[in-house]
Design a binder for this molecule. Structure first.
Ligand code: BG6
Length: 468
């Protein structure tokens, strides 16, 4: 689509822009999904335009697998580079170029979000008289409840909620969107989607990756802030929310916020922290977290976090929700797994219980794990998996960023958490952050299933699903 808005990137020389944002812009352009009229790249570095364009081109060659020089030649004609700081005085230099609708994308270090939102507001860029104005904010949105509230207020002083797009790239993933389609299109599910039939829900996001050079950010964040507060609690909300009466973003946000509000306040014993030690992942010996470049030998940052949640509403009464994510685990594997209760009379043996699994990684599939008769003369059972592998790894591959960029351009806010969702997510994890401030995490060997103490979260008769 040809688009007449101006797309302004703050932090244009930074890591996010080179690794994710520009490759997404490039691919959207190459596939004919978006023909930008004007992209203004803004950063503090005093670079020339050609220096910046060469920098982008070099990075596209690494991060956009389909890079084609002719396509880039055409796209780059719409890109200009400007340098300056984030004060209104400097930002005003952009005014002659931004007369109609515009996106302001803050690909900045988080400590600059508030300053940028204010500077842009003071310079008048939030004024929608001559076209819409949207602000895109990256994660992390705060470091705890209090700092998130301070940041939320600082942005809200200048920008209205319907102008703010907070990125949670998990909401651009197919599986996240498919939870909604699968739940709300297939009649079969709703009748069992409650505590009368569901025994437990496990949401797992396991990575074999380590720090990938991001130690400065990660060592201050840790797994709870990096993955659970945002991504996994968003997935939880999609699974647990009530059916909306329509697809309007407002409906979705209302229902997600409602279920997040219903999460019972966590006690310290509802959470487990781990930190990887030396070990082997994917056949390679890897150092432990505290041996990584940049990490202090006594760092207590958790690289693994697990939570047990209870939801105080009718639907989920008595159902534990387990959320866990970690680095340097046994596999790159992610799923949302919902276990049904066993039937009340065990005709064919005790404890046979079905699972509904939304697999996110490595491939995307929905599996119904059930039981059927074992072929043969005896009346015996065997587990069968009814699998809908609707997306193979590498197929229809677009990045979540591509999806989310198009949503920003069309003003579609459903895949962007609303402020009250973010605030509730911090409310949920805040007591655990405080409890962990002075507690060392359990060390687990790289390449393993995670810390042993995760098992203590499990209620009687339940077990973690092993990573493959
Ligand atoms: C990011 C986290 O938000 O999500 C990373 O900061 C993590 O630590 C990543 O690796 C996982 O998402 P994906 O889409 O790359 O699997």
């Amino acid at each position: 689509m040809t688009d007449h808005s101006t797309f302004v990137i703050f932090g244009a020389t930074g890591d996010l822009t080179r690794r994710l944002l520009f490759p997404a812009i490039y691919r959207l352009y190459a596939q004919g999904e978006w023909a930008p009229t004007r992209i203004i790249a803004y950063a503090k570095e005093d670079w020339s335009a050609s220096q910046f364009l060469t920098h982008v081109e070099n990075n596209l060659k690494s991060f956009a697998p389909t890079f084609d020089a002719n396509t880039w030649e055409r796209l780059k004609a719409s890109v200009t580079y400007r340098s300056g700081d984030l004060q209104a005085h400097d930002l005003k230099q952009l005014a002659p170029d931004i007369t109609g609708p515009a996106v302001f994308y803050l690909a900045l270090p988080p400590q600059l979000f508030a300053q940028a939102a204010k500077g842009l507001g003071e310079a008048g860029f939030n004024d929608q008289t001559n076209g819409w104005r949207r602000l895109v904010v990256e994660k992390p949105f705060g470091l705890d409840l209090e700092s998130a509230q301070t940041l939320g207020n600082a942005i809200a002083a200048w920008w209205a909620e319907d102008q703010i797009f907070r990125i949670d790239h998990f909401l651009g993933k197919d599986t996240a969107q498919n939870v909604l389609v699968f739940r709300f299109v297939n009649r079969l599910l709703e009748s069992v989607w409650n505590g009368a039939h569901i025994a437990q829900v496990q949401i797992t996001y396991a990575e074999t990756l380590g720090l990938e050079g991001r130690w400065q950010y990660y060592d201050k964040a840790g797994a709870l802030r990096d993955m659970l507060q945002n991504h996994l609690l968003q997935l939880f909300a999609l699974v647990a929310m009530e059916p909306p009466s329509g697809w309007a973003a407002e409906e979705l946000h209302n229902h997600k916020a409602e279920v997040l509000r219903a999460v019972r306040a966590l006690e310290a014993d509802s959470a487990v922290a781990g930190q990887y030690g030396p070990g082997t992942t994917q056949g390679q010996a890897v150092p432990g977290y505290v041996q990584e470049n940049g990490i202090a030998a006594d760092s207590q940052t958790e690289t693994y976090a697990a939570l047990k949640l209870h939801v105080d509403n009718w639907r989920w009464h008595g159902v534990p929700f387990y959320l866990r994510s970690g680095k340097r685990l046994a596999a790159d594997y992610a799923e949302i797994a919902i276990q049904l209760k066993p039937v009340p009379r065990h005709l064919f043996g005790a404890g046979l219980a079905d699972w509904i699994v939304f697999r996110m990684k490595p491939d995307e599939a929905i599996d119904l794990v059930m039981f059927a008769k074992k072929p043969g003369l005896e009346m015996d059972t065997k587990q069968v998996i009814l699998s809908a592998p609707y997306k193979k790894a590498g197929e229809h591959d677009y990045s979540a960023y591509e999806q989310l960029l198009l949503d920003v351009l069309s003003g579609e806010q459903s895949a962007f958490p609303r402020w009250d969702e973010v605030e509730q997510s911090w409310r949920i994890v805040d007591p655990i952050l405080k409890a962990w401030a002075n507690t060392p995490p359990e060390v687990y060997p790289a390449g393993s299933q995670g810390p042993r103490s995760q098992d203590r979260l499990m209620e009687a008769g339940l077990q973690w699903r092993p990573l493959p």
